[in-house]
Write a protein that binds this ligand. Structure first.
Ligand code: PRX
Length: 695
């Protein structure tokens, strides 16, 4: 494992034990999509950007493009310019000739008493068309309109997304676990006038009433000046009333009622320009306001299709299960768009991995003959803890597995490989982000050896670099960490932040742009806000976020968003949110607040803070702890020193605090959080150690 010591402000020295290489099995290589080592030659920097033709050619274009990459207005790159296509056609219609009776999606309900339901490509086609007819004819939506979809993991979610794509409507899916308020704010930001909900879903053995969130979302959006004209509600069991929330006449409509009027209606796919936005996905950044990452149709679809084929090794005859939620980018790219564009079979699971017990995922794998499995380090750690011997009890056989979303420690990786993968499945550890649309660093599963804890070499056609704070390149093998950047554009890089071009440039390009006037892409490295180290063999190891984002179980939580939520509690004077290491979830937010004078019941305020964070953001941002302290440590200019609070929460050295305006508070908080006795100090992981430094 790594031990890391800071040497000066811009360089971090990293020493860790290199893990052994593990080779893919001959059995895997024998059937893999990508076995020609010559592929590397096809994707060299000299061949860029034309190399990405190979991915675009996996799609069916209505009109072929004339320019692969247009760099005339950096960093607003344009891909496959002049091309026209439809994403829904590519994911559905074009498979009918060869695969119409093959399962496109298999829905696995949470309750084991409810059977899995396979939807063939023909059935998917029929349903997508009918829903598109509702959106077009009942809602009056046309290409370029935005629709906010706040739904759980049920078949109707990808059906609705594909119906939007069929019409060129830009969908904005909000993770089902986000609160109604969070969904309403995102609907307002995207000017959606239609929201799509589900009435209820099953999770952890309980029926969750989701429709109530729709009412909150509509109210929140209206508070922001955005009227929601229609709320379409999918029923988990058509015809049955599962929600206690009333349907508002003239605004709320059950989809199963509406669809009766559109039976077997066909809607021609609308051919859109390659650059037409396909979707928005809101994600957290370093300010209080989530940003709408805007993804294009042609470049995005080409890249996720190519990468799903080469790195996930999807073939039409595979049964592929990605256990992520479609409400995150992983689900968009690698449950819906990539797999369906390839004509694969993709599993959608409603429930949580460890309900009713930690054997559930392996029972699903056995029953459905899943042979490609995709999950996160958090799920791996959780399943390992709850049932380390469970996988061996089930007769499934994975050929391939993915890990994504957080750094994975070699120990968890090895359990995944030996126990879940039964020593046979190849593993890809894929590093990427909401902004990047698809994988950026990963091994090529049949060509590169695996190394536990390392994401691997860059993906084909991706040219990363690690810079120090001053823009000096940190070479591979130097044992030093820095900020990972990508030197070149690629087809699935986001187009912009919805309605905020300036923030897009500031956030991702301003830091290392060499010449803002230049139209040469070489002057515009993309800043990913992750720390990384490059080993002598060209493998990257990702250390975690370098900004105010906390990676909770692979999901991004903006500390500023949580702080803003805390400040809405009237008794709270000041709030600071810092990451604390969690054995299962990687990191969790911990809250420090000081109260206004005269508050009688701090315990009650604590509970109120937790409830408020859950209401404004969602349960996913629930803090690991709330510390009500007399004051927060501050510099003489009044800046809250979050770095010191992170050190206290993680039992790390707080460093020199004598220059603070209130140095005495540090020891007071330390005792309150850690207790009176001596405490064994920890080294602490990189992201926590440097948390708050950029402020
Ligand atoms: O810190 C990195 C971490 O997740 C962040 C991106 O989060 P999000 O946009 O929600 O997308 C998650 C799914 C792609 C990154 O900035 N991250 C993602 N994949 C890895 C990772 N950290 C280490 N290893 C990975 N494989």
């Amino acid at each position: 494992m790594s031990t890391v010591a800071r040497t000066d402000a811009s360089e971090i020295a990293v020493h860790w034990k290199e893990e052994e290489y593990i080779q893919p099995s001959a059995r895997f290589i024998g059937q893999a999509n990508l076995t020609d080592p010559g592929v590397v030659e096809r994707f060299t920097e000299e061949k860029f950007p034309e190399c990405f033709r190979e991915y675009a050619d996996l799609l069916t274009w209505d009109e072929y493009w004339h320019t692969t990459l247009d760099t005339s207005r950096p960093p607003f790159w344009k891909w496959f310019v002049g091309g026209r296509l439809n994403a829904s056609y590519n994911c559905v219609d074009r498979h009918l000739a060869a695969h119409k009776n093959k399962a496109a999606l298999i829905f696995v309900p949470e309750a084991e008493t409810e059977p899995a339901h396979a939807l063939t490509y023909q059935e998917l086609y029929t349903r997508v068309n009918e829903v598109a007819a509702v959106l077009r004819d009942f809602c009056g939506l046309t290409a370029g309109d935005r629709v906010t979809i706040h739904m759980p993991m049920i078949l109707e979610l990808p059906i609705t997304m594909l119906a939007c794509a069929r019409l060129g409507i830009i969908h904005s899916v909000v993770f089902g676990g986000f609160s109604g308020e969070a969904a309403g704010l995102r609907a307002a930001d995207s000017d959606s006038r239609v929201m799509i909900y589900a009435d209820a879903y099953y999770r952890n053995g309980k029926l969750i009433d989701h429709k109530a969130n729709a009412d909150i979302a509509v109210r929140t959006a209206e508070g922001e000046g955005q009227r929601i004209e229609k709320v379409l509600v999918w029923r988990r069991h058509p015809g049955q009333d599962l929600t206690n929330a009333a349907m508002v006449p003239g605004r709320d409509y059950y989809m199963d009622d509406l669809l009766k009027g559109y039976r077997r209606v066909k809607v021609a796919p609308v051919s859109v320009e390659s650059e037409h936005p396909l979707f928005l996905m809101y994600t957290s950044g370093s300010t209080g306001k989530p940003k709408g990452c805007q993804h294009r149709t042609g470049g995005y679809l080409a890249y996720v299709t190519g990468t799903a084929k080469y790195y996930q090794d999807l073939h039409p005859e595979d049964v592929y299960w990605c256990m992520a939620d479609i409400g995150w980018i992983t689900g968009h790219s690698y449950i819906v768009y990539g797999p369906l564009a390839l004509g694969a079979t993709s599993v959608i699971f409603e429930g949580v991995p460890n309900y009713p017990d930690a054997g559930r995922p392996w029972r699903i794998a056995e029953q459905l003959d899943v042979n490609i499995f995709h999950t996160s380090p958090t799920a791996i750690r959780m399943l390992r803890k709850a049932g380390p011997d469970e996988p061996a009890k089930y007769a499934y056989r994975f050929k391939h597995m993915t890990t994504v979303g957080e750094p994975i420690e070699p120990e968890a990786w090895r359990w995944y490989h030996e126990v879940v993968g039964k020593g046979e499945a190849v593993i890809v550890d894929t590093w990427w982000q909401t902004e990047t649309g698809g994988f950026l660093i990963t091994t090529k599963p049949a060509l590169d050896p695996m190394k536990a804890g390392s994401a691997g070499p860059p993906a084909l056609g991706i040219f990363p670099v690690i810079y120090d704070e001053n823009g000096k390149e940190i070479p591979g093998g130097s044992g030093k960490a820095g900020n990972i950047c990508i030197r070149n554009p690629w087809p699935s890089i986001m187009q912009t932040i919805w309605k905020d071009d300036d923030r897009f440039v500031r956030q991702y390009y301003a830091k290392y742009c060499r010449n803002p006037k230049s139209t040469d892409w070489r002057d515009w490295p993309y800043f990913a806000a992750d720390g990384a180290v490059l080993a002598p063999d060209g493998y990257y190891r990702i250390l975690g976020r370098v900004d105010d984002v906390i990676n909770v179980a692979g999901h991004r939580i903006g500390t500023k968003e949580v702080e803003s939520a805390c400040l809405t509690v009237p008794q709270v004077a000041e709030a600071a949110v810092v990451p604390v290491v969690d054995e299962i979830r990687g990191r969790m937010p911990t809250i420090y607040v000081s109260l206004k004078p005269g508050v009688a019941d701090p315990q009650k305020v604590s509970e109120q803070i937790v409830a408020t964070v859950e209401t404004i953001i969602g349960k996913i941002a629930r803090p690991k702890g709330v510390h009500i302290v007399p004051d927060l440590p501050k510099t003489r200019s009044g800046k809250i020193m979050r770095r010191i609070l992170a050190a206290i929460s993680n039992r790390m050295d707080t460093g020199d605090v004598t220059t603070l305006a209130n140095p005495e508070i540090v020891e007071q908080i330390r005792k309150q959080v850690q207790g009176e006795g001596p405490v064994e100090m920890q080294e602490g992981p990189e992201d926590v150690k440097h948390f708050g430094e950029q402020e």
